[in-house]
Design a protein around this ligand. Structure first.
Ligand code: C5P
Length: 138
């Protein structure tokens, strides 16, 4: 009988992301910069939840750090479980009800405001793809 093969330990991370709309109803995507995983893909802005943070608190912090905006968090849109080769990710997506300030890529990331019906044309990280359908877009 062969010895059981140990499963490699997989990290599990919780990530929060926001659906940010401008006055024309366009939705903000941010491009992942070189040197990060999934570089070049367009994502709903957000990042990792830190220990002790609520999802809303984490999203407010991430949007302040990455975009320089002060966001008010609204409804839950979808939570996407996603297995990546090196980790399991849970992507918790919320509407941003309102924000103040002008969104800028403070970490060098390109930003684009996209009409909802054009979201599917942007290459996204796998976890973000189901978000487009959850927003009612084909
Ligand atoms: O941005 P950061 O590298 O901290 O994100 C942590 C992980 O979450 C990465 O693996 C990234 O690909 C993933 N992520 C995602 N969709 C987002 C934001 C982050 O899949 N909208």
């Amino acid at each position: 009988m062969s010895a059981p093969v140990a499963e490699p330990a997989r990290r599990s991370i919780e990530v929060v992301a926001g659906v940010i709309r401008d006055a024309r109803g366009r939705i903000l995507l941010a491009r992942r910069t070189e040197g990060r995983d999934l570089a070049g893909r367009w994502e709903f802005p957000g990042g990792k939840r830190e220990p002790g943070e609520s999802p809303e608190g984490a999203l407010v912090r991430e949007l302040r750090e990455e975009l320089g905006i002060e966001a008010e968090i609204g409804d839950h849109v979808i939570t996407v479980p996603q297995q990546y080769p090196d980790k399991h990710l849970s992507l918790d997506v919320r509407e941003v009800r309102a924000f103040s300030g002008t969104a800028r890529g403070r970490e060098g990331q390109a930003l684009v405001w996209v009409p909802p019906h054009k979201l599917a044309a942007y290459e996204m990280p796998p976890a973000d793809v189901p978000v487009v359908a959850a927003l009612g877009q084909p």
